[in-house]
Design a protein around this ligand. Sequence first.
Ligand code: PMP
Length: 458
Amino acid sequence: ATDSAHYMHPFTDHKGLAGKGARIITKADGIHIWDSENKKIFDAMSGLWCVNVGYGRQELVDAATKQMQELPYYNSFFQTTNVPAVKLAERIVGLAGDNFSHVFFSSSGSESNDTNIRMVRHYWATLGQPERKVIISRNNAYHGSTMAGASLGGMSGMHAQGGLPIPDIVHIEQPYHYGLAPTKDKDAFGLEAAGWLEAKILEIGADKVAAFIGEPVQGAGGVIIPPKTYWPEIQRICDKYGILLICDEVICGFGRLGKWFGSELLGAKPDLMTFAKGVTSGYLPLGGVVIGKRVADVLINQGGEFNHGYTYSGHPVACAVALANIDIIESEGLVDKVLKETGPYLAERYAELANHPLVGGAETCGLVAGFALMKDKVNHIPFDESLEVGMICRNHSFANGLIMRAVGDRMIIAPPLCITKAQIDEMMVLITETLDATLADVTKNGWMHDDAPKVAYS
Ligand code: PMP
């Protein structure tokens, strides 16, 4: 098949796609994918899809095959479960640390965040405070595509379709230093941004607020890396008002930031953590919620039956693959490698990239990185949104054999955890070529500001 005309693509403008079809990916190995025309492409985004250990890992194929043969499926309802699910829950709780005691499994991040909403509201109802229902999230956040997931998310384009958000979900501004207050002291901005949570709590009334949810580093929202003061202050505010903290670790979890969970690196102590694709490196659908002792004690000891579960909760094949995936991450020391070797090297290379005339606010955290394409970075002037410079850049990147994502005019990457320094160099060449091609376009179109630096990086 080379034509996807009958396929309903997620997040795609179908009019734009009509007649063109989409690129069909046929195979993958390591950090590369190939399309149906046999073009080899460097997948700098495989990590945002969370193929953390890279493509083509025979260990994961073997784990799936063995489990398929032994027990392909059994449900987790009615007090039954299976060996891989039990082992995986134990393993994840071990990785998450002392604060956590249980895991609830689902098949995706969206389902897991739905679960979170039900859990935190059930928690407060069990404690006799059913009016504590409001969940505070952030603008431009991505927490999934179901009605609840997209409501927790803060994407206006998603809210506009389907009558979202559902009731009792509200949003505050994201801690985007470069976009909102680039000339302000970063740490002071971090405290100010966390203060928006306190202001919202006071506006609503703390006795109505159930939880705050946030990704340690916002991924699909544009790789927004908060100042280091942000999460400790968020934690302090949640503690002050007794509000539950949910960290959505779908992208940051399982090593991306150089710790098993991103919250650990950034100084938050969540009550609940959402995880998904990274747990199996995306080889099979699996997700869930790691439940802190505070919540588990109430739900399990006082809450009675929790009427919630999915047919694929604790799917044995997915759980077996997850265990093999964690084995690989551990045996190859990938989490530490991100912290001490590949993460710092990517940061170094992004510091150089910051010299490019188009690049503003280049930042990395572990193996996620982003920058904004700027009309005049010296004076912090972005391009007019309607010019869609991010899309132009993304199209150049595709043409250049590189998968890099555009979120508005922010260009983001998240390579797999197994990336080598040599592959980071290879990726930086592709990114620089892509930026030079974009610069040539916007210069030709007369879109750069007169004061903007004119000399290309390479
Ligand atoms: N939360 C975050 C932070 C995500 O990045 C995603 C997916 N990219 C989700 C939730 C939703 O996960 P899923 O697509 O598995 O439902």
